[in-house]
Write a protein that binds this ligand. Structure first.
Ligand code: SF4
Ligand code: SF4
Ligand code: SF4
Length: 288
């Protein structure tokens, strides 16, 4: 029986919960390490190492480098491991100051100046984006299912219809208004970014009436481009379907609701200001 382990760095454990919501791996894989449910001093030798969470402190670097030494294949799981994700909120000054104040009182790991994706430190064989990836996506990566092909973009899995004659003039807030079934959320004035986001999640958010916030990261056509290409692509979709002024769309894209995931669009393409500076873009063939 193949063995796998889950190394948790700085994240929220949501990825682990999603993995535990799937059970198809139980007959084929033996889970030998995952601090949420199985503790051990060290990560043993494994066929597959799933790594969740970003590299936020020196303990993360130590644990990551130790774990990959005995792994056949390394998979970066979730937005945090791929782009920093929620752990990047610690890059804000107020959070950093709070952490440093605590550092003086207890023994806590040393905070790095910013959060890094794991491929800033180790080689990664596959990327599984999502916050968290769905149980089905975990199965697809663990079993390397040849038939599993994520749709190009979330819109293809959403099922809502884009209409040419229903053109909102302004954006609605995320929680405002009554959502109509079957009609694209953009036509209803919501800032949905499913048209630029890679599919594979089966669009649970827009299907339920909540705009896609892009947790699966850029679609293949945008994956090796910078964030400006992504902004332009969303702008074009809104210009086609709405009369919302472009500056209002751009301001919405930079709002806190979306900021958590937006930076990852430039991170894939290796914008110099992010943690993978000096490394080539991530090859799309490695991204599930
Ligand atoms: S990717 Fe999302 S679910 Fe996974 S650890 Fe990060 S914040 Fe949590
Ligand atoms: S933009 Fe959003 S709501 Fe519209 S089809 Fe795409 S995913 Fe669905
Ligand atoms: S619909 Fe969008 S936000 Fe929701 S899981 Fe899929 S990619 Fe993530």
């Amino acid at each position: 029986m193949d063995k796998f382990a889950v190394l948790q760095l700085s994240g929220c454990a949501g990825c682990e919960v999603s993995l535990l919501n799937a059970d198809a791996w139980v007959d084929r894989y033996k889970l030998v390490y995952m601090p949420l449910v199985i503790s051990a001093y060290d990560v043993p030798e494994v066929d597959v190492l799933l790594v969740s969470g970003g590299v936020r402190n020196d303990e993360d670097i130590y644990n990551l480098r130790r774990a990959v030494r005995h792994a056949g294949q390394v998979v970066a799981v979730g937005t945090c491991a791929i782009s920093g994700g929620v752990a990047s909120l610690g890059d804000r000054d107020a959070v950093r100051e709070l952490f440093i104040a605590e550092e003086g009182r207890r023994h806590v790991p040393r905070l790095l100046p910013r959060c890094h994706p794991i491929d800033a430190f180790v080689e990664v064989d596959r990327y599984l984006p999502g916050c968290p990836p769905t149980p089905e996506l975990f199965m697809a990566v663990l079993f390397d299912l040849p038939d599993f092909q994520p749709s190009r973009i979330v819109c293809q899995e959403c099922g809502r219809k884009k209409l040419k004659d229903m053109r909102p003039k302004h954006l609605l807030g995320f929680q405002q208004g009554e959502v109509l079934p079957d009609v694209c959320l953009i036509n209803q004035g919501y800032l949905c970014i499913g048209s630029s986001t890679r599919g594979g999640c089966r669009a649970p958010c827009p299907r339920a009436g909540h705009p896609c916030v892009g947790c699966r990261g850029p679609s293949d056509t945008l994956i090796e481009k910078g964030s400006s290409a992504w902004f332009e692509s969303i702008g074009r979709v809104f210009a086609t379907l709405t009369d919302v002024p472009p500056e209002e769309v751009e301001a919405g894209l930079r709002s806190p609701q979306l900021a958590l995931f937006l930076f990852q669009f430039s991170d894939y393409a290796n914008t110099p200001s992010v943690g993978r500076a000096g490394r080539p873009p991530r090859p799309k063939e490695k991204v599930l």
